[in-house]
Write a protein that binds this ligand. Structure first.
Ligand code: ARG
Length: 584
């Protein structure tokens, strides 16, 4: 509705410009706000106040001229001038009802599909395979997945890229240790040992630090690995497969849509790296600095004003994280034909990505029409406000955190529902526990840090997963009581009560909410929307008896509003990667 109103006002402004009332160069983007108090309409704009001066008119007079030039629209019941020159817009209830009707009749909730679907490459999760996934990977994985689901729902083609860290010097140490263990313990023992990658990594590191012979062997293995030695590649592959299987277990547990097909690790770009450097050279971008090859871009300077280098090849001939990312950018724009490339990576890598984007554009790896965005996120902190750690200061394995969430949720739901059977309790505890961890993260603006808190995320009050999941079960229980299924609600929408109108007006904005997640990469906008819908349903439920009234037409209309609420909540929760429950 906002976009629709903006188009109407723009058209009125065009008329005023054509008539010489408003100088063309004074034009500004139109802003529309949703009004808090319904008696002032549904939306308002201050555009007449903004443009009065250049037009040489009093704001109220300009507002009147705008209203005179405003094209008619079935969605608009009326528009009026308020206060010093605001314009208030009243949505038409008939139009609203027809929108609700369309949404209810369509399994895509009448959210329009794009005329030209975009190819969107989304880089997310990207754990380092040398270690097990830890809490630091949670945000990228779940925020990226919610945005991917939203983009797909809107009809875009998404290509997931799991840019796992599967290369680098630490693999020499791991391979040397793997080799040693194989010789000492045999294969069965080995798989037991790899069951805990953290311990394996620590043991390898210990050997590396204590034994110079081992360290030499590790270094020799890296060189052999890099030169494509078959034996080393086999060991390396074996290790990575085990490590990846740990990742898939976490994805499955989290209900994240990444699969083996989405993995395109750093190592896949190895052969491209010399070409990337050659291309940068051909583009005249390379400078040699103490043996290292660098790109200096004017836009990137340190505090003292010196330009900062992006090193793409070290003096010893080794390549870097940046070189790989440039190769990946070139592949994504050139081979995958991306229209947009989104990176869900820690905010601390912001400078890295700004530099990558600038270098890739300078070098012509990525055309001007391709949108590049680093969707950075803040840190997940512990109660002390510092990065989340175990009691003894170690990193928290993601799988352990999820175990604890499910245990706590189990405690909670089994106390609330002692009558439920074990299987159902476990299923509910899974949906609530995992949902709580995900939702508490997704519901916050991704760029800020946040404090991880089990008690808050598992609370039934406030903008939490349990609250929303419960709200959904309340809506469907109306149908259970009536002995109807959601699609059996028949009749016309009658929007008489304010609570009905408010809920209806919000329900038709589902598409806008999903669109904003896809555009900005901010799932909290959808969370806020669903929380709002749940609240509006609650007041509707309180003020407008659904099943007890004796007016059949009213009962039918209210059932339909409830059905659309249920479908909207369930689709929204699904896009966030949560599992709606029938009861809890
Ligand atoms: N493996 C990296 C890390 O753990 C994240 C990779 C992000 N993606 C990228 N294209 N650089 O920090």
């Amino acid at each position: 509705m906002k976009d629709r109103l903006i188009a109407l006002i723009d058209s009125a402004l065009d008329t005023l410009t054509a008539n010489g009332v408003l100088p063309a160069e004074a034009r500004q983007p139109v802003r529309i706000e949703r009004t808090k108090d319904k008696s002032h309409g549904d939306f308002a704009t201050n555009i007449a106040l903004m443009l009065a001066k250049p037009a040489g008119l009093k704001p109220r007079d300009l507002a009147q001229a705008l209203l005179d030039a405003l094209p008619a629209d079935p969605a608009l019941a009326k528009a009026e001038i308020a206060g010093p020159g605001f314009i208030n817009f009243f949505q038409s209830d008939n139009w609203l009802a027809s929108q609700l009707e369309a949404a209810l009749a369509d399994d895509h909730l009448a959210v329009p599909r794009p005329q030209r679907p975009l190819t969107v490459v989304v880089d997310y999760s990207g754990p380092n395979l040398a270690k097990e996934m830890h809490v630091g990977h949670l945000r990228s994985t779940i925020i990226g997945d919610a945005v991917v689901r939203s983009l797909e729902f809107l009809g875009h083609q998404v290509i997931r890229q799991n840019h796992v860290g599967d290369w680098g010097t630490q693999f020499g140490m791991l391979l040397a240790y793997l080799e040693e263990q194989k010789a000492e313990e045999g294969e069965t023992e080995l798989s037991r040992e790899l069951a805990n990658l953290e311990t394996f990594y620590r043991a390898a590191k210990l050997r590396f630090d204590e034994s110079p012979a081992f360290a030499d062997r590790a270094r020799a293995l890296v060189v052999k690995l890099q030169s494509g030695d078959e034996y080393c590649l086999k060991l390396w592959n074996e290790f990575n497969q085990v490590s990846l299987s740990h990742c898939y277990a976490v994805y499955e547990r989290l209900g994240v849509s990444l699969t083996a097909a989405d993995v395109r690790g750093e190592s896949t770009y190895n052969d491209d790296l010399p070409k990337v450097v050659a291309d940068l050279d051909a583009a005249g971008l390379l400078t040699e600095d103490q043996g290292a090859l660098c790109v200096f871009l004017d836009a990137f300077r340190n505090k003292d004003g010196d330009t900062l280098p992006v090193i793409v090849r070290k003096a010893d001939g080794g390549y870097l994280y940046a070189t790989t990312d440039l190769a990946a950018l070139r592949y994504r724009a050139g081979q995958l034909h991306a229209d947009r490339i989104l990176y869900f990576v820690d905010q601390r890598q912001a400078l890295h990505f700004q530099q990558m984007f600038a270098v890739a554009r300078e070098a012509g790896f990525v055309g001007a029409g391709v949108d590049l965005a680093h969707m950075g996120f803040g840190t997940m902190n512990g109660p002390d406000g510092k990065p989340f750690k175990t009691r003894d200061g170690g990193t928290v394995k993601l799988i352990d955190l999820l175990d604890e969430a499910e245990q706590r949720a189990y405690q909670l739901v089994s106390e609330k529902n002692p009558e439920l059977g074990q299987d159902e309790l476990r299923a509910i505890a899974h949906a609530v526990g995992i949902g709580a961890v995900k939702y508490s993260d997704l519901s916050k603006n991704r760029s800020s840090d946040y404090i991880f808190n089990f008690d808050l995320m598992l609370s039934f009050d406030g903008n939490t997963a349990p609250y929303l999941l419960y709200a959904y079960t309340r809506v469907v229980s109306v149908f259970r009581k009536a002995g109807l299924s959601l699609d059996q609600a028949q009749g016309e929408f009658l929007l008489r009560e304010e609570a009905e109108q408010a809920l209806a007006a919000r329900l038709v904005q589902f598409g806008e909410a999903v669109q904003s997640v896809a555009d900005k990469g901010q799932p909290h906008l959808l969370c806020a929307y669903l929380y709002d819908v749940a609240g509006l349903f609650s007041s509707f439920y309180e003020h407008c008896p659904i099943l007890s009234g004796d007016d059949d037409a009213l009962r039918a209309s209210r059932l339909k509003l409830a059905a659309l609420t249920a479908r909207t909540l369930s689709e929204g929760l699904r896009l966030l990667g949560l599992t709606p429950l029938e009861r809890m």
